[in-house]
Design a protein around this ligand. Sequence first.
Ligand SMILES: [Zn+2]
Length: 278
Amino acid sequence: MFLGTVGSAASLTTLAYATRDPSETLAVRIWFSERAAGYDGVGDRVHEYLGATLALEHWKLEVSLGGSVSVSTEDAARLTARGEWPTAVAAGALDRRDLEPVADANLLVTDGGMERAPTGYGIPHIASVGGARHIAALEPFDELAGDDARSIVPYATPTRSIQVLVHEIGHALGLEHDHGVAFRDGEAVIPTPMLGSYVWDPAYETDRPHCGAAIPNTENRTRKLSLAFSSCARRDLATYEGGLFSDGTLQRVEPKAPGGADRDTAPNDRQRDRDVLE
Ligand SMILES: [Zn+2]
């Protein structure tokens, strides 16, 4: 077994972010690889940024920290794509190990690099992403994004890392890349989380335009990032009817035999991330 929790129950903390007249709770829990957990403040930063970016009016947001887990690799995309993290979450849901999943999004953050794709991976309710050291280096959300409704931040490795984290949470909640848009603001082109760095990838094309907005020409334009989901993504999130494994995920990820962690449990290759740094 690669994954073993270290004090997950003891370090469990929950903060609720109340929004307007919430009827549902959206539960998001964050775990860290042992190496990722070693960066001072990384848990506080993830907590703070998700509190700001996921506090939508459709739900009462509960972001909690699940503690640290030992993993076989810091390669975050591999941990979900090859089944190790989904297997651990499923085992926790079945009370077979000391790991307590939540209903909506179970995110593992590792010390994986953010230079080479893929840097993260998301399937329904389960996702993983690298970049812990960069996220720990983020400035406070209010200093960076202010009170801008679009949460526009400068383009840098820490901000790109937290945007990929939000992107993977989006996948866990059912969003896809074509829920992302990019907009112009002065001389800058600014992608929302589900489009992210794809906006600068000449090879990126979508054959299923969902949100319908054309991607602006990025040539000679400044880069910035938005940490807020597009209005189109938020519309679809408003219809999110989650619940842990309510869509059959459990059957897909439950290990059939010891050593099953290498099974590729990704249900949909479209969700693979190739979020590259140019
Ligand atoms: Zn993606």
